[in-house]
Design a protein. Structure first.
Length: 422
């Protein structure tokens, strides 16, 4: 443990320079695309990562037709130990532009407002971002004010790449078999659609996609999609009295009856779930409402679906000739349902953070990660901090020092598995 820490004291970290390069590559995914990956430009970063991994000596590095990047680093110890996968996603959110990102390093942050130069109305204030209070003296990276930054999740990508560089430069630091996985389309919920777990070939996985340093996330929402398809009655508006039943109006009434003081994203926090309409479209004759349903208790999702059905049937009492169809689909499940059966997976991660000089803190995520689905696919996969903050927005930021601590945590974690053998 001490030996690794001493090596890091002299190590020239590469995570920040890698990150500054990666964020300038536009990898925004597209929820409306049916292709895999949803945007070909995600492969632009994948190609760079494959080249860098090969330069580091990982000849197995390659990108498949779906944009997944795989690489393996062989064990450097004789004892058999579980294979570990470190995973991050390459795409950025469709919620905010990721094109022409201009990263800015704010050195030696002292609590001041960070006014972004390309749009001075975008200001990152300490009062709005309380985690900045723990960043005094650190170097903060932001975008320039017109785009997101891409720390979600290119910070994780850079931190994993930095760990690989460390292992290559320090072959005496023990580790078992290491698998690297970079995925596309996580931001649109399709990050594991085409993952090949035979290639990953690991016992445990860790996504590097969390927020505050020291956070270990062992629990996510369970998530369903819910669609209401409405078939109204169309008539010429000049002759519609007593005949027309507008699907648009039916849809708007359904949305208008949703709970406002509970069960909505605007009114919930911590362990509270919600029903959230994310898209509404249509005409007089047909309309569609798409919802996402979220809760930490999977059984609640059925209750939320039933509530939407009851609201819809209430509205349809005034539209006797209209019809409706309901479609509820599983998206992902709370990974804690599986992780509770693998306590060592979590305990080792917390010990790694302690060895990196951090105070670990177990957290629940009001969202999901690739780790949610990987866990239910047979690869238990909690989420380790990457240092990203205010993601999906122009105010997104990350600390260089936090990125370095994430790299240290990754290296310590692999060493712990090598020591324990489990």
């Amino acid at each position: 443990m001490t030996n690794i820490s001493q090596k890091f004291n002299k190590y020239l970290y590469s995570s920040s320079q890698r990150f500054l390069t990666y964020v300038q590559i536009d990898t925004q995914s597209d929820p409306n695309s049916s292709s895999s990956p949803t945007t070909e430009k995600q492969k632009d970063l994948g190609k760079v990562l494959v080249q860098e991994l090969k330069q580091l000596g990982l000849d197995s590095a390659h990108m498949d037709e779906y944009g997944y990047v795989y690489a393996q680093l062989a064990s450097n110890i004789q004892e058999p130990v579980p294979g570990i996968c470190f995973c991050a996603h390459m795409d950025t959110s469709p919620d905010c532009s990721g094109k022409h990102v201009k990263p800015i390093v704010h050195s030696n942050y002292q609590g001041q407002d960070l006014i972004l130069p390309d749009d001075s109305s975008v200001v990152i204030r300490l009062q709005d971002h309380p985690d900045l209070a723990e960043q005094i003296g650190h170097d903060i990276i932001t975008a320039s004010g017109t785009t997101l930054l891409g720390a979600d999740n290119k910070a994780g990508v850079a931190e994993i790449m930095d760990a690989v560089q460390f292992w290559v430069q320090h072959p005496d630091v023990p580790h078992g078999p290491i698998s690297i996985l970079f995925t596309p389309d996580e931001e649109v919920g399709r990050g594991t659609d085409h993952v090949n777990l035979e290639k990953v070939n690991a016992t445990y996985g860790y996504t590097i996609d969390g927020e505050k340093r020291g956070h270990l996330e062992n629990e996510t929402f369970s998530a369903d999609g819910f669609t209401i398809k409405i078939e109204g009655i169309s008539q010429h508006p000049g002759f519609a009295k007593g005949r027309m039943e507008s699907a648009i109006k039916i849809a708007s009434e359904i949305v208008g009856l949703l709970p406002k003081d509970h069960l909505s994203p605007e009114s919930t926090e911590n362990m509270e779930g919600f029903i959230h309409p994310v898209d509404i479209s249509g005409s007089v004759e047909t309309a569609t409402i798409d919802f996402i349903l979220r809760d930490f208790k999977t059984e609640k999702l059925e209750e939320y679906g039933m509530l939407l059905k009851n609201i819809t049937h209430q509205v349809l009492k005034n539209y006797p000739h209209s019809k409706v169809q309901f479609i509820q689909t599983e998206q992902y499940r709370n990974m804690n349902e599986i992780l509770v059966k693998h306590p060592a997976c979590l305990e080792n991660a917390m010990e790694a953070m302690r060895r990196a000089g951090l105070q670990p803190e177990m957290q629940s995520i009001r969202g999901g990660t690739d780790g949610s689905r990987l866990t239910f696919m047979g690869l238990p996969c909690p989420n380790i901090f990457a240092g990203e903050h205010a993601f999906h927005s122009k105010q997104e930021w990350v600390s260089i020092q936090d990125m370095q601590k994430a790299t240290e945590t990754i290296v310590h974690l692999a060493a712990i598995y090598a020591e324990k053998g489990t």
